[in-house]
Design a binder for this molecule. Structure first.
Ligand code: SF4
Ligand code: MG
Length: 326
């Protein structure tokens, strides 16, 4: 498949009173057409900032994209002016978040909220927009679309609201749907339904999906390709089956061994000992070295390169380098 998005050496930094946080530090990976790519890692590892950089919605200050390129269909989004970028955000790339209630306007009906982008971006008239909105409500699997069209957000369940957010996100036929922990706030049954819906939509519309999650269960069900991030870096990437069969990086191995805690309202806890390092104190080394049972001298003083192995599998770990084996 063709490349849809190429992150090339992306660097997004935040200025804080304690110092500069390199939230995204030299990140490169590719999202292909029609693919679901999962970005996985613990909270604070840079997943959401990567997505917000792609949308050019990093809050500035304190945030700033200080380096790299984000190439979308051959053009660098970071070089586009605000008008061009607004057009991309309205038409080509959509995003849905964890908590749909905070993204929906409580005083507008569902219908008003779905038709607004159709009128604004696709320049449909009211009647055509309503017809399309009803189609979209059906598409996301909500029965009695006409009633829902006239309802207000608080009249719907959390799962229904997330379906509506997906409908709004799909209204302009985006090429890429970004979903940032879209099911984390939902209970298990509803979570499964929303994931089914997203899979269904990908098949029907051939939309690429960038799915951000800390949940390897979600990754196993959804991903074609997986990017593992740790402390602002990509530390491993591979096709999903390859990653689960043959994880190379000790962090990924730890994630796969860790038992999830069944509590949907919280981030699942991993049993990897230790904590994500203080982002201000990161050195030019392996950011995982404090927690790694295989840590060698070189790991503390030199950053391992992200290097390609067989069949699209890359990892950044000295265990796989001549230099590391010394
Ligand atoms: Fe562990 Fe060293 Fe590999 Fe980092 S580079 S994961 S510390 S072995
Ligand atoms: Mg996040």
């Amino acid at each position: 498949a063709k490349n849809l998005v190429e992150f090339r050496n992306l660097q997004t930094h935040f200025r804080t009173s304690a110092g500069v946080v390199k939230a995204v530090d030299d990140v490169s990976f590719t999202i292909r057409e029609g693919e679901t790519l999962c970005v996985v890692g613990e909270s604070g590892c840079g997943k959401s900032v990567t997505a917000m950089s792609l949308m050019r919605l990093v809050e500035s200050p304190p945030g700033n994209i200080v380096g790299g390129e984000i190439v979308f269909e051959g053009k660098d989004l970071l070089k586009m002016n605000n008008n061009e970028m607004r057009r991309i955000r309205g038409n080509e790339i959509s995003i849905i978040f964890q908590e749909p209630m905070s993204s929906l306007n409580p005083v507008l009906t569902i219908g008003e909220q779905i038709t607004e982008p159709l009128i604004l971006h696709l320049l449909l008239d009211r009647k055509a927009a309503k017809k399309r909105a009803i189609e979209l409500i059906n598409l996301v699997g909500i029965p009695r679309a006409e009633d829902i069209f006239h309802a207000y957000p608080h009249e719907l369940s959390g799962g229904m609201r997330q379906r509506i957010m997906i409908a709004i996100a799909l209204s302009c036929n985006p090429k890429l749907l970004i979903a940032d922990e879209p099911t984390t706030a939902l209970d298990v049954t509803i979570q499964a339904q929303i994931l089914d819906l997203m899979r269904d939509i990908k098949k029907k519309l051939n939309t690429s999906i960038m799915l951000i999650t800390h949940d390897l269960g979600v990754v196993a069900e959804m991903a074609d390709f997986v990017v593992v991030m740790y402390a602002g870096k990509v530390i491993e990437e591979a096709p999903v089956i390859e990653l689960f069969k043959n994880p190379k990086h000790p962090y990924t191995q730890g994630l796969l061994k860790a038992k999830p805690v069944i509590n949907q309202s919280q981030e699942r806890l991993y049993t990897i000992p230790g904590q994500v390092p203080n982002p201000i104190e990161l050195g030019n080394n392996c950011h995982f070295h404090d927690r790694c049972q295989f840590c060698m001298d070189i790991c503390k003083v030199k950053e391992p390169p992200l290097r390609a192995h067989e069949s699209g599998h890359k990892t950044a770990c000295w265990l796989y380098e001549e230099e590391g084996r010394g």
